[in-house]
Write a protein that binds this ligand. Structure first.
Ligand code: C2O
Ligand code: CU
Ligand code: CU
Length: 429
């Protein structure tokens, strides 16, 4: 989907699946009623009525009720004001306890917000702007997507089998739904709008020519839009749900050759992601990468912060004693407000992890202030909505909670961790 900044869009979703869904626009500055809260389910036609207030849409699974849930039958309108910096967003299912299998099976897509100011910069556009949603998958012998659910009907019991408690990895790399695609380009600058839409897989991308030369990845934007100035990378780490806006220059690559985009963290075939075939010489390339990009990046200072909070993201036991992933020692409970923030307040959050956890906040973009007690890394530049914590690492982020009042989520975006309770609420008042 493509939208213009400041021009609201209403999307009507109709659920023809056998299970409930709910749609979240990731990175959207969205009123709470359209933010896709995990219990605001869109119920399928044949679904027990009594189930509408149990958190996973099924009675008798041990979940407490969520009195604020607003379930609808069959359809729901989501209203997106698009009153935000232009960037690449994505929408995906957010059903309580069942988000991971739903994303894996394809309930996810790209959503671009544009505006005049960004278009005036002269960045590569048209066929030279390439949105790329990278996600791994796995297939059964009959060609259906394979996912290790405890309950493959996704109706009753959530969770995955024991070997996958840390997250589900596939053995096929899909880009925009196709395995290891090859895309034809001409010898010009191209703008790659990258999303890691994988449940749990991390990437460290590089673009390598057939002669072994590595092309520079010139980052111009982060999760929440353009950087102040480009940042050049040789390799680019991407955690689940992160987006990077990158310009690659194919001008000097010989026609007929391949540029492979590879994942340095992969093994065997999962090292390959996609490739660009240089199909022809460009007749013209009038695109530019200006040395000054955005002038509207928020720069909140620690002095402005009215509060500092600490959150630990660690393994633990869920309420039913199953293995889970917890925020501040607690399993997600939709009926509990974990954090109350004042509309307009600036806060610093200190996040710490046991293993890899990509931490995402709904509603707001944030800046990374520090990582492991040191200055942020080059790829932490710009305005983020997901920050990748590495094993044992801490990070400080700063944001202003503005936009809308209401109930929002923050959580780990390893989708299996998310389904295993690594999620919490903040309420903007
Ligand atoms: Cu991709 Cu709760 O988000
Ligand atoms: Cu989100
Ligand atoms: Cu996690």
């Amino acid at each position: 989907m493509e939208a213009r900044r400041g021009r609201p869009v209403t999307v009507t979703h109709r659920n023809e699946l056998p299970v409930p869904t709910v749609v979240h626009l990731h990175g959207g500055r969205t009123p709470a009623e359209s933010d896709g809260y995990p219990t605001d389910l869109v119920l399928p036609a044949a679904w027990p009525k009594t189930a509408s207030h149990s958190t996973d849409g099924m009675p008798g699974t041990g979940h407490m009720a969520d009195p604020r849930a607003v379930a609808t039958a069959l359809t729901r309108d989501y209203i997106f004001p698009n009153d935000q910096r232009p960037t690449l967003l994505w929408y995906h299912d957010h059903r309580m306890d069942f988000t991971a299998p739903a994303i894996w099976r394809g309930l996810a897509g790209l959503y671009i917000v544009r505006d005049d100011a960004e278009e005036a910069l002269g960045l590569p556009a048209g066929p030279r702007e390439v949105p790329l949603m990278i996600a791994d998958g796995a297939f059964a012998a009959d060609g259906t997507l394979a996912y290790p659910s405890l309950d493959p009907t996704l109706r009753h019991r959530s969770g995955v089998t024991e070997p996958y408690l840390a997250g589900v990895l596939g053995d096929v790399i899909l880009v925009n739904g196709a395995p290891w695609p090859v895309h034809e380009v001409d010898t010009a600058r191209h703008r790659l709008r990258l999303l890691n839409g994988s449940n749990a897989r991390h990437y460290e991308l590089e673009a390598v020519c057939e002669d072994g030369r590595r092309l520079e990845l010139v980052q111009i934007g982060a999760d929440q839009g353009l950087l102040a100035a480009p940042v050049t990378h040789r390799t680019l780490p991407m955690a689940p749900a992160e987006r990077y806006d990158v310009v690659v220059d194919f001008t000097d690559v010989p026609v007929g050759t391949l540029v492979r985009v590879r994942n340095r963290l992969g093994t065997g075939r999962t090292r390959d992601v996609l490739a660009f075939r240089i199909a022809r010489r460009a007749t013209t390339d009038d695109s530019r990468v200006p040395s000054a990009l955005a002038t509207d990046l928020p720069t909140w200072s620690r002095q402005e912060a009215v509060r500092v909070r600490d959150f630990a993201f660690r393994a633990g036991r869920m309420d039913d004693d199953r293995h889970g992933w917890l925020v501040g020692g607690r399993a997600f409970d939709p009926a509990r407000v974990d954090v109350t923030v004042g509309l307009g307040d600036v806060e610093v959050w200190r996040l710490i992890a046991d293993v890899h956890h990509p931490i995402h906040l709904h509603l707001v973009g944030f800046r990374v202030l520090s990582r492991g007690g040191r200055p942020p890394l080059p790829h932490d530049a710009g305005l983020k909505d997901t920050v990748s914590l590495r094993p044992g690492e801490s990070a400080e982020i700063i944001t202003r909670f503005d936009g809308y009042r209401g109930r929002y989520l923050f959580h780990c975006h390893n989708a299996e961790h998310e389904d295993m309770a690594m999620m919490a609420n903040f309420e903007v008042v």
